[in-house]
Design a protein around this ligand. Sequence first.
Ligand SMILES: [Zn+2]
Length: 103
Amino acid sequence: MYCNFCGKVIQDDALVCAYCGRRVGIPVAKRRLVRPREGRKMAGVCLGFAEYLDLDVTLVRVLWLVAAFMTGIGFIAYPVAWIVMPEEPLALPAVASQTVPQH
Ligand SMILES: [Zn+2]
């Protein structure tokens, strides 16, 4: 591929241009298997998997339920995933908690 800034040929998977040092690639958001706090039905396990695998959450839930009733794996896997998967970290505004001391 070509650098958008200096136009030189750079390697296809480069994130930073080797010639001008500018960021060229869009960094792929690092996916983590977490249980999202928003939009969850139960523990957010299916939603977490859906976001991680880039699938529709309904599809994941259906597949999970099918697997649960067909094989029983889902009944075991859900609580296991619930325990193992970390909860999505709270997005707290860092500034709001800090009060400026007044004198
Ligand atoms: Zn460049």
